[in-house]
Write a protein that binds this ligand. Sequence first.
Ligand SMILES: C[S@@+](CC[C@H](N)C(=O)[O-])C[C@H]1O[C@@H](n2cnc3c(N)ncnc32)[C@H](O)[C@@H]1O
Length: 210
Amino acid sequence: MLMNKIESALIDSPPRRLLQHYEANLLIKLGGCTPGARVAELGCGPGYGTRLILDTFGAVSVDAVDLDPTMLVKARRRLEHHGERVYLARGSAADLAAAFSPVGGGKDASYDAVFDFAIIHHIPNWRDALAEVARVLKPGGRFFFDEVTATALARPTYKALFDHPTADRFSAGEFLAELPRHGLHIGENWRTRVGADYLLGVATRTQDSR
Ligand SMILES: C[S@@+](CC[C@H](N)C(=O)[O-])C[C@H]1O[C@@H](n2cnc3c(N)ncnc32)[C@H](O)[C@@H]1O
């Protein structure tokens, strides 16, 4: 689901970039960096997270997808100097094969890591998006996520300012419980922030359940 005008403006702003640094540092504490990794990123928005994945996490390449062509224009501009290390596709995080097929990406077990910086709560069929994450991860590959839960989305500020899917929203517990159903092991590698409004964690693709 596309962001409304207010969220689109906020997502490409200095406060969001500051917050994303904080999120990246917490994710590194939970799951480490990704030196030399081939990465897929869901919902890259204006591409600041993509830059962090390359420059801070140390990935060698990122295939990133977003539904919104306006965001992709911003991302393309921001990531220009990374050249062929970045592939930006318009498409859905729930179908990475379609999005990344022009560069041979999105295949089963083809990425060392998948990043979700605050996008899965925008997807009505969020369980399918988790299945897609698990499908493209190599066994032992890591899923880094930073999510906004139903608790946050029900707050008056969120309701007044932003548009999100209204049905089947997930709590932190529901998101965590869904991961092992797709062969994603989370263990203790997660934290909530601001009560249970935000959920960050790093899950690992298990070897045996594909
Ligand atoms: C809250 S923004 C986060 C952007 C960026 N990851 C960040 O953290 O700044 C959510 C992004 O997900 C994109 N999006 C929403 N639903 C999507 C879907 N099904 N597939 C791909 N991108 C999607 C939106 O267009 C938007 O750019």
